[in-house]
Design a protein around this ligand. Sequence first.
Ligand code: SAM
Ligand code: GLN
Length: 280
Amino acid sequence: MNCSQLLEETESGFCTEGVSTPGLDAQVLLAHCIGRDRQFLYAYPEKELSSAEVKRFRSLVARRMQGEPVAYVTGEKEFWSLAFEVTPDVLIPRPDTEILVEEVLKLFGREEVRILEIGTGSGAISVALASQREQVSITATDCSLEALAVAGRNALNNNVSEKISFLCGDLFHPAVGTFDIIVSNPPYISEKEFNLLAPEVREYEPRRALVVGPDGTEFHRRLAQGARQFLAEAGWLAMELGAGQRNALEKILHENDYCDITFRRDYAGIDRVVLARKKG
Ligand code: SAM
Ligand code: GLN
């Protein structure tokens, strides 16, 4: 069978199963299976596959059909145009989180920047930031040792491992020193919202990367409280947030004596990132 026949067959199977992006998923899986990129599939639709390749491809398709996210099936996800390894121990980096990276980059001055990331998961944010700047030193923490192992490999594979120290522990516990910027994409799904998530998120992604408590903003509060002790004077706290959390976040940041509180929306118009400065 050739690529185009396999793609057609798979896309229609995915459609029947209710997969939301059937054509794209079929292409990503096939490209991964033959060790090429998606452009190759457009350039060589007639390329014949060996029966071993077809067999391997069909086993990946079967996993997707069961509901497993494409990124866990392939073991990789692109973020900030960089390649990241992902395993079920880490949240699959989301395109929205690139907005957080963009906003943090805007805060960089000319001197060396000291950054603390809480809850690094796959390392997406820290690796993206480190890839953009020579003079940067990053401490990235997570409470999951398994996630940190993945993050460490992602830093190595993207040639930024000398700029990032990975530490394991709860919130600020492993952090030592003072930072110019503290950044986090914390878990912010409330317990109620968790049941409404798509099954492919709810059943496959690590629960502790997503769910926080009855409110959804409990982790933000702990970040806002704890960050003060580790931020340099006039240092910035940058956090991702979920739909409908803006007012709660504004309140939390005011209560904890931050100023210059600004929000940035994602492409769907939802307030997705908040920046706040430590008052002197
Ligand atoms: N930074 C990654 C990203 O943006 O794709 C992952 C973000 S994920 C939403 C949140 C991360 O926080 C997970 O990796 C989870 O293991 C970690 N985490 C959850 N509770 C934590 C805690 N109490 N202390 C440190 N990390 C925690
Ligand atoms: N944006 C993720 C989702 O909707 C949630 C990530 C998080 O809790 N930080 O699945």
